[in-house]
Design a protein around this ligand. Structure first.
Ligand code: GLU
Length: 230
């Protein structure tokens, strides 16, 4: 289980996300990546190996979005390659994940039969398509994530962004920690509060089973039954 960072900022967030991931480097990792909402579209950069490789990619092809998620991966399913590095995404949804999705084989079989195309060998990519499948029924990210979470078994901390939503990060915690940092007109997410220390010391920890809706102005937290928990 490795590092997750998310930021909704007032300026480009890619550099701050990489800096925050660096504070989680002590946990070890094999690859890293970042995705942002760029004028409503999802874009990502990934690299095998150290964060400096990801920084090199970002220098070549910068990301300027004000909302983004980042990850350092410790591979459990699929080799430590760029193709398997997080974030995993399609045109609608981008996800970073710590932990293991135990029912990913069943989910993958079901989603492949429905026409979803998998591009990696990870368990994580199933989450992307489960959320997309839910969005096809109800085009509301909050409802889609709530319903998707009920279909996932295993341990996870998740950070999720959506095309067309440049003021939204959704988060979920089940068996893998997540902390939310409150800024002034900015919000932060980290798998460890240490990652967020330079940004804010106002931290809320998600409880087991909680999921959260972050926007620049604040956060709403819900428990596994969908009841407000903040
Ligand atoms: N199971 C996921 C993978 O192998 C997440 C690993 C992690 O926690 O870094 O891609």
């Amino acid at each position: 289980m490795c590092g997750i960072v998310g930021i909704i900022g007032q300026k480009a967030v890619a550099t701050d996300i990489v800096d925050a991931l660096r504070r989680l480097e002590y946990r070890g990792y094999d690859s890293a990546g970042i995705a942002t909402v760029e004028s409503g579209r999802l874009e990502r950069r990934r690299a095998e190996g150290k964060l400096r490789n990801l920084e090199g990619r970002l220098l070549q092809e910068p990301l300027t979005g004000h909302t983004g998620i980042g990850h350092t991966r410790w591979a459990t399913h699929g080799r430590p390659t760029e193709r398997n590095a997080h974030p995993h995404m399609n045109a609608q949804v981008s996800v970073v994940h710590n932990g293991i999705i135990e029912n990913y084989r069943e989910l993958k079989a079901d989603l492949t039969a429905k026409g979803y195309v998998f591009e990696s060998d990870t368990d994580t990519e199933a989450i992307v398509h489960v959320i997309t499948d839910e969005l096809s029924r109800n085009d509301d990210p909050q409802e889609a994530v709530k319903n998707a979470l009920a279909r996932l078994q295993g341990a996870f901390a998740l950070a999720i962004i959506f095309s067309g939503h440049d003021d939204l990060i959704m988060a979920a915690r089940q068996g893998s920690p997540l902390a939310i940092g409150h800024g002034s007109g900015e919000m932060y997410l980290g798998s460890d509060a240490i990652a967020l220390a330079p940004f804010t010391d106002a931290i809320t920890y998600l409880d087991e089973g909680d999921w959260a809706v972050l926007r620049a102005t604040g956060v709403e937290i819900f428990d596994r039954n969908g009841r407000r928990a903040d």
